[in-house]
Each structure stands twice: as C-alpha cells, then as structure tokens.
Design a protein around this ligand. Sequence first.
Ligand SMILES: Cc1cc2nc3c(=O)[nH]c(=O)nc-3n(C[C@H](O)[C@H](O)[C@H](O)COP(=O)(O)O)c2cc1C
Ligand SMILES: CC(C)CC(=O)C(=O)O
Length: 396
Amino acid sequence: MPPSKPPTKPPLSSLISTHDFAAAFPLAVPAKTVAFVTSAATDSLTCAANKEAYASITLRPRILRDVSGPIALSTTLLAHPVRSPIYAAPTSMGRTVHPEGEREIARGCVAAGVAIVVSTSASFAVREVLDVVGGRVPAFFQLYVDRDRHKSETVLREAVGAGVKGVWVTVDAPVIGKREADERAPLDEVEVTTPMSGAQAVRDAAGGGLGRIMGKYVDASLAWGDVAWLRGCLPRGMPVVLKGIQTAMDAVAAMGAGVEGIVVSNHGGRSLDTSPATILVLLELQRCCPQIFDRMEVFVDGGIMRGTDVFKALCLGAKGVGIGRGTLYGLGYGEEGVKKYIEILNDELETTMRMCGVTSLDELHPGLLNTRAVDHLIPSTVDEEHPFAKWRPSKL
Ligand SMILES: Cc1cc2nc3c(=O)[nH]c(=O)nc-3n(C[C@H](O)[C@H](O)[C@H](O)COP(=O)(O)O)c2cc1C
Ligand SMILES: CC(C)CC(=O)C(=O)O
C-alpha cells in the first residue's frame, strides 16, 4: 500500500463556522503550534467551562417587532469607533502560525473594521504592527509587566509612540499556567523570538512549554499599587484596562483604582484551571456590582464560538468581546481567514439579534436571557459578609 497522503487543509471558501476553522487549524500549522495555541491549564476544565456556560444560558426571543431594517453592529471601544464589538484579543508569538504573524492579524482586523490588542509577547514590535494598522482601526497594547521595570517602561514608550489607544495590563498570569500539551510537544519544530520581551524559545529541564519559557520575564510581584506606577509611565488620558478580572470583588477594586476598563478573562482557561467561566463572572458583576458598568468599560473573552455567545455577553453588559484562539485559527488562512472568522461571528450575531426582536446593540439587556440554570453558581455579594470573603487559610 502506498503511504497515505497527509490531509491538506480545506479551502477557506468551504469553512462556514468557527468550528470549521478550529477543525482545519491542525491541518494548517505544525503540531507544536497546535499544542501551544489549543492547550489550556492542567485538565482544561475552565477552557471547556467557558464554552459550556454559554450553552447553559438560554435566550428569550421577542417576536413581531419588525426586524427588517439594517442591523447596527457599530459601536465604540474606549471611545474609538469600530464596525463590531468583536475584537482580536492579544495573542503571543503569531509567527508560529503565519510568517507575518500579528501584522497579518492586523490586516484582517482592518479589513473587518475591528480593534486589535497587540501582545507584549508578539512576534513583531508594536510599531511594525501599527504600521500595518495605519490608524484605520483602534489598536491597544497588552502589557505583561517585566521583572525589569525599565524594560516595561521602554516598551510602553514605544507603544505610545507607535500610536496605541490604551494599555491593557494582564493580571491573571503572575506565573504562566501549567499547559501539559504544550510542555510535551517538542520545541524543535518552531523558531520563536519575541522582540519586545527579548525572549527566545530554548527548551529547559521542565520541558518544551512555549508559554512558560517565553513568559519567564513576567513579574509576579505586580500589585494594586502598581496602577499608579503605570499611570506615571503613560501620557495623561491614556486609558488603562485590567485584563483578567475574575470576581466582583476585584472588579470593584479596579473601579476604586480608577482604571478605564476591565476584561473579564481567565486567559481562555490557560492560567488557573477551575477558575469560573467568564460569562458567569459577567453575570456575577451584574448581580453584585452593577454600578461598575456605568463607570468603566467591561470587556469579556473566553470560549466565544457563536454569535449567540457574543449576544449573551453583550446582554450582560460587555462593551466588547475578545477572540483569542479563533483569531489564530483564522490566521492559519492569513488576512482573509481572520476577516472571515470575524464576519461569521458578525453574521450570526445579526441573525440572533433579529430573532430576538432587536436591531441595535443599545437594545440589548439581561432580560433577553434566561440564566436560571446557572444562577446557583453566582456569588451574590461582594462584601465581607460573603462566606468566600470570610474564608481564611487558618480554618484548614
Ligand atoms: C496562543 C495564545 C496566546 C496568548 N497570548 C496572550 C498574551 O500574550 N497576552 C495576554 O494577555 N493574553 C494572551 N492570551 C489570552 C487571550 O488574550 C484571551 O484571553 C483568550 O485566548 C480568550 O479565550 P479564547 O481563546 O477561548 O477566545 C493568549 C491566548 C492564546 C490562545
Ligand atoms: C505567556 C505568554 C508568553 C503568552 C501567553 O500569554 C499565553 O500563551 O497565553
């Protein structure tokens, strides 16, 4: 028998759902890249829960509301206009997927008219990515704070000089999560450097985990007091967003720290396994501290695969919805793939809106959802009376 030919990736024109993109991804990139991108922390429970929780929330469609007119998806993110609330979440090392990495993601975002968040661990310097953007869509900078703060200050100066519209500090990864698939997959298939963090992929005694090795520079000493340090590094008026909020208590603390936004995120389940699904955290914020939605912009990411997921997040107060792995699945097909991935979600969102009797984003509200199936999972208060807040290790 002749050896069977390895399967080739299907043509872009044949992909009609985000799941089709996810299935095609392993056929488009090296095995190491698949392991790095798709892996999550330990048992991947949070990664799965992010998706499952969306399925547990059902819609309450309203009928006979003349939804024949155009649907307005355009909105603003931190006051910058975009064609859709969907944005490319920061993802590192884009060259593991495509030779043009984040520059190609940027082209796809420009074509779709959506915002991009550029990672400190991008394969290109922030200016090289913003040169592609050319001011046509808002670009934000995701900061991993370096243990050498001078390096972070330099990177921030470069990002501001390049024209980013805000800084998103990642706060859910003081150390990098244990991703076993990434650790096991041999490192020799890919050559990776990240110019802004100055890291290089070299296998060490613990294994070949790209995330862990390339994230060694991240400063675990980061604390609330550092928001003031960050402000001092930025021009007046530059928005600061904390990415990785997972409790109402920390959302309230973020509001107290005076930041302009938060991202409800658990890093796509890549950081701490069994941390809660992000849509449930958004629901917790609605229940425990609804005032924050008037004071800050709240974004969410993690597990979003359908327009109905986007719709649910927006109904619960999200101003924007980030796509992490999906952007990279799209990138497997270059700029056109990124654009198509976003447009599939936009189309599904439009359909969901019409079916639910609304034609503009400002008509979305929690009453369009039934959350009864998950209500028992939501902590109901942020104050010190809450059993979680009272729990102390000394009780063990
Ligand atoms: C391959 C990969 C690299 C990532 N790199 C970063 C990063 O450099 N900085 C960051 O804040 N988040 C990073 N994230 C997390 C994403 O910004 C986002 O929170 C997450 O992917 C959302 O979940 P989703 O993949 O289910 O959409 C990364 C995620 C992936 C999959
Ligand atoms: C740790 C970084 C280098 C990348 C990252 O955030 C990720 O892989 O999730």
